[in-house]
Design a protein around this ligand. Structure first.
Ligand SMILES: [Fe+2]
Ligand SMILES: [Fe+2]
Length: 287
């Protein structure tokens, strides 16, 4: 295997490069690649570790399940990394994961317990409907819930903001709004950024990053700039801004690259890399 993979555990290697290595290994999706990815869980970078858990889920390769179980069960680990491990188990969707998800669905870390409850609903839905939600997703991600069949933005907004519904139902509205993808749909999603659940806000920020609509820049910037906001949300807002790749986002990201929290600093670094990527893509499309 390419010796460059050594950079995964090398803190002197730029974070954007280490994250690219994670994606190369994701695409490889072999047992050997997943073993290599697992070594990255020893890193000090929460960003890198959460990304490793994320891509393990996105591969939908059951080989990762014991690795993800280990991370979820390690209560001393960062809640963002544990959350991502639970979400990854849902993406893989094995019936055998229901037991561990049930066990941690009352975890004291709320990000973990909420994710485990959502993951249980997600797996049960898949088992019942015998489909993977990536069949529904034109954005290339394996999501925690399929979009609902409704396409009326006002109706979807009501479900999105209704905290009496399960996360799974609210996520279905969220992904349906992404499918609609119009300005009113984006504005409805932005309203969800005021929800009291950090888990929910982080997913909204993630989806706004997929939609790449400049109308979301002020709302995402507000999340990133709020030091009292959950780091999981600030991180997702930073990366979403990088994907929007409007000229104005570079200045914002440069500013928050100086944040004391390593997760935010590294997220802004990666976001700047994303902004460059999308700008180059746009230039190619124009030529
Ligand atoms: Fe997440
Ligand atoms: Fe993330």
């Amino acid at each position: 295997m390419d010796p460059d993979y050594n950079c995964l555990l090398d803190p002197s290697c730029p974070i954007a490069e280490r994250m690219s290595t994670v994606f190369v290994l994701k695409h490889e999706n072999s047992d050997q690649a997943l073993d290599l990815l697992k070594t990255g869980f020893a890193s000090k970078s929460v960003l890198l570790k959460h990304e490793i858990a994320y891509v393990m889920g996105q591969t939908q390769n059951e080989y990762s399940i014991p690795y993800l179980n280990e991370i979820l069960a390690d209560v001393d680990r960062n809640c963002i990394v544990r959350h991502e491990a639970a979400e990854a188990l849902a993406a893989i969707g094995s019936k055998n994961s229901l037991e561990i998800l049930q066990q941690f669905s009352s975890d004291p870390q709320i990000e973990v317990s909420e994710t485990c409850s959502l993951a249980i609903d997600s797996i049960q839905f898949k088992l019942k409907h015998d489909v993977w939600n990536d069949e529904f997703c034109r954005f290339g991600s394996v999501d925690p819930a399929p979009p609902s069949n409704i396409r009326d933005v006002d109706q979807l907004r009501v479900s999105l903001l209704d905290s009496s519904l399960s996360f799974f139902e609210r996520y279905r509205a969220l992904f349906a709004l992404r499918e609609v993808g119009t300005k009113p749909a984006v504005l409805a999603l932005i309203d969800g950024l005021s929800d009291r659940s950090a888990l929910f806000r982080h997913e909204i920020a993630y989806v706004l990053g997929q939609l790449r609509d400049a109308v979301s820049i002020p709302a995402l910037t507000k999340r990133l700039a709020d030091p009292s906001e959950h780091p999981m949300v600030r991180h997702e807002a930073a990366e979403a801004l990088g994907s929007v790749a409007d000229d104005s986002v570079r200045e914002i990201l440069e500013k928050f690259k100086a944040d004391d929290d390593l997760l935010i600093h590294e997220s802004c670094d990666v976001a700047l890399y994303l902004a460059e990527y999308w700008t180059n893509q746009a230039a190619k499309d124009d030529s």
